[in-house]
Ligand binder design. Structure first.
Ligand code: ADP
Ligand code: ASP
Ligand code: MG
Length: 406
């Protein structure tokens, strides 16, 4: 007998019929002799609908109340799934994040899980019940509802799996595994049977939304066996492995990730003196805004341009901060744009091979795609381009690195 955590994403529970299909899959797993804890997302579109409602109330709703609002989506699904399971003769009980003992810090809208008290869920599993847990949510020290950031149900599932010492954490979604790139953008992308944690971590952090990055971090840290698979069709999916020497997938480049949620800000004509980067980015960091890429031009006339990227949702706030700073710093102006995107090639095999960057840049140049910014690490190269070239860029790189299905 194994203990399995199964997570079902928005599309997988998108209609009542889909929820019934999920109930059947859960029941089959129980009938095969396993203990099953299920983590559910909101029905597809529901989280966005709730965010839309909040926008009608306020431009800047309190993060605390946003969490109360958006956490309701998952609670609808958990109750419906328990009802469907009961109809199949399977006892099941629903759990909000708080009821499942998922404790977080108090950073609303992007809370981190600090601890999980599994007693209640474990007792149900030991009694032959299925525990159905609302993903994406937890409870803070102050007893307030928190949420874990978009895509956070993945992290709820992996954290639950770690705390319950589950044998496997299965992430059921609308694709049958992790592909060389988003199969919606490149239809002949190839499904991988395995991918290393390290590569999955890069892919997720560079925008591949198939797994939330914190879920991958958690799985790596607590050694959770993690698998991505389809709730729509049978198959073994993709196993996220620790084994880096696995000869099957020791490819040079394992995938292409991209991210549309980028925005670029340039502080123009800042006096070029020590401490400038800190003086611009310090207040941005203080506002809890994450900066991604940074570029400082070589100065002429003792002034320089300072460019960086942030998440598009942080664009307005960052602009405000920079405009306020610009006056104090004696900068000429602040400009920005949100029609940019980031494309990255990822692969552990890159470490030992020169020439990946030049191959990437020349392929983009052949398509007349202008590169706005570049950043590299040992196992990835990222470029920022005009958003309108995103798909073309991804397809071009997928071709030039020969990642397509054989
Ligand atoms: P869920 O609602 O189940 O959490 P998501 O929409 O969050 O599903 O994630 C699944 C989606 O991730 C897929 O439909 C696919 O478009 C996208 N995706 C992006 N990159 C990849 C990739 N490399 N492999 C597979 N899917 C990817
Ligand atoms: N419902 C939440 C979202 O859309 C969490 C999730 O589905 O993982 O972001
Ligand atoms: Mg998701």
């Amino acid at each position: 007998m194994s203990l399995i955590v199964q997570k079902y994403g928005g599309t997988s529970v998108g209609t009542t019929d889909r929820i019934k299909a999920v109930a059947e899959r859960v029941k089959r797993t129980v009938d095969a002799g396993h203990k099953v804890a299920v983590v559910v997302s909101a029905m597809s579109g529901e989280t966005n609908r709730l965010i839309g409602l909040s926008a009608e109330m306020s431009k800047r709703p309190l993060p605390r109340e946003m969490d109360v609002l958006v956490s309701t989506g998952e609670q609808v699904t958990m109750a419906l799934l328990c009802m469907a399971l009961k109809e199949l003769g399977q006892d099941a009980r629903s759990y909000t994040g708080a009821q499942a003992g998922i404790l977080t810090d108090d950073s609303h809208n992007k809370a981190r899980i600090t601890d999980i008290d599994t007693d209640a869920v474990m007792a149900d599993l030991n009694n032959g019940m299925v525990a159905v847990i609302a993903g994406f949510q937890g409870i803070s020290n102050e007893g307030r509802v928190t949420t874990l950031g978009r895509g956070g149900s993945d992290t709820s599932a992996v954290a639950m799996a770690a705390a319950l010492k589950a044998d496997e954490c299965q992430i059921y979604t609308d694709v049958d595994g992790v592909y060389t790139t988003d199969p919606r953008v490149v239809p002949n992308a190839r499904k991988m049977d395995r991918i290393t944690f390290e590569e999955m971590l890069e892919m997720a952090s560079l925008g591949s939304k198939v797994l939330q990055i914190r879920a991958v971090e958690f799985a790596g840290k607590y050694n959770v066996t993690l698998r991505v698979l389809s709730s729509f069709k049978e198959g073994d999916g993709t196993l996220i492995t620790i084994d880096e020497d696995n000869p099957v997938e020791q490819a040079l480049i394992s995938g292409i990730a991209f991210n549309r949620d980028e925005a670029q800000i340039t502080v123009l004509g800042v006096p070029d003196k020590p401490g400038i980067a800190y003086q611009i980015l310090g207040p941005v960091a203080d506002a809890n805004i994450e900066v991604d890429m940074i570029l400082q031009n070589i100065s002429g006339d003792n002034v320089t341009d300072f460019t960086f990227t942030v998440n598009r949702t942080d664009y307005d706030r960052t602009m405000e901060i920079c405009k306020a700073r610009a006056a104090e710093l004696g900068a000429v102006d602040v400009s920005g744009r949100t029609d940019i995107a980031k494309v990255s090639v990822v692969g552990v095999g890159m470490r030992s091979h020169a020439g990946i960057a030049s191959k990437m840049f020349s392929a983009l140049a052949d398509e007349a795609i202008n590169i706005l910014m570049i950043s590299t690490s040992e196992i990835k190269i990222s470029v920022v381009v005009d958003e309108k070239y995103l798909e073309l860029g991804v397809r071009t790189l997928h071709d030039v690195f020969e990642l397509a299905q054989a």
